[in-house]
Design a protein around this ligand. Structure first.
Ligand code: ZN
Length: 109
């Protein structure tokens, strides 16, 4: 993918916002960005979105955050997949005083 430099409507460079959000900017750039986003609402919104992306990426890099919920989900799923004990029935004809009758009996397992 070709890297493109994007200027925001206010003229500020989106790259600068990204660099600061990803904590890859030097102190001067950090200062410039924070000064700008205090005054520019549009850039403040863009910066906030990149910060939330960064948080998601950080969380994804930590397997501990995933391991525990995954374990719990697996346990719940296993419980649901356990089959309920089935009642086995068999049917047969038997003669009674009144008539032939079909009876269902519970067959011991
Ligand atoms: Zn701006």
């Amino acid at each position: 993918m070709k890297h493109r430099r994007t200027s925001l409507p206010c003229g500020f460079q989106e790259d600068a916002l990204i660099a600061v959000a990803l904590d890859e900017a030097d102190a001067a750039l950090r200062q410039a960005v924070h000064t700008h986003i205090r005054l520019c609402q549009a850039c403040c919104g863009v910066f906030a979105r990149y910060c939330s992306v960064q948080q998601v990426l950080t969380a994804l890099q930590d397997p501990r955050d995933v391991a525990e919920p995954l374990q719990r989900a697996q346990e719940r799923l296993t419980q649901r997949l356990v089959r309920q004990p089935a009642v086995h029935c068999s049917y047969y004809w038997c003669s009674t005083v009144l008539a032939h009758d079909m009876q269902a009996v519970r067959r011991p397992r």
